[in-house]
Design a protein around this ligand. Sequence first.
Ligand SMILES: *Cc1c(COP(=O)(O)O)cnc(C)c1O
Length: 241
Amino acid sequence: MIDVENNIAMLNERIFLATIRAGRSPAEITLVAVTKTVPAEKIAEASEAGLREFGENRVQEAEPKILWSRERGLGLNWHMVGHLQRNKVKKAIQLFDVIQSVDSLPLAHEMSQRCAQAAAVRLPILLEVNVSGEASKYGFAVHEADGRVLDGFLTAVQEIEALPHLELQGLMTVAPLGPPEEELRSCFRRLRLLLNILREQLPNRHWQHLSMGMTDDFEVAIEEGATILRIGRAIFGERGK
Ligand SMILES: *Cc1c(COP(=O)(O)O)cnc(C)c1O
């Protein structure tokens, strides 16, 4: 039996200790509970335990859960954290409060247009960055050694920044699975340095968020400056069981 309430209490304790170790304030950290494969009753338990931010990685799986949570008046905020196909954008902007996984310029344009058609206010977004350079990962490419790639990213950011219906709030990354701690740390650090570059280049925008850190790596992410953690298994147990 998975005890969601107890898992959240233990997780909050670990988050608290990691922020204190890092000389940060726990108030700087937003916990997003990632509910892919998790049934609605477990989401209700997490909501009763006080969580308000939830994440899903696929529009199709998210839709019934989000509609269910709205019907029940739970007042949850939903974050899209997985790759978004352009033909799912229309649906995604109706469902999600934040899109963390904007990973290309055409996707951003499509989103802004769809928001305009829906007469929506500015939709909060994060840009997903592939800091590890793994070919299997989604996200903007930003290899340090190659200045031109970084230039390309900065140009894309300027264009997205100017889109009228998107509210660019920061960066998101998915770290590699199970690398040595130093490699993990350098991935998170690269995302933070990138955010600092954006702060210098585009000082008018409020660059507040670094979404990084999952069940296996969130303590290192906190030490490296994460403001949003996306956590599934530490709350809901192993998936597929
Ligand atoms: C599944 C998922 C998470 C949560 O992963 P856990 O290891 O279960 O904490 C976070 N971010 C993304 C993008 C995911 O797909």
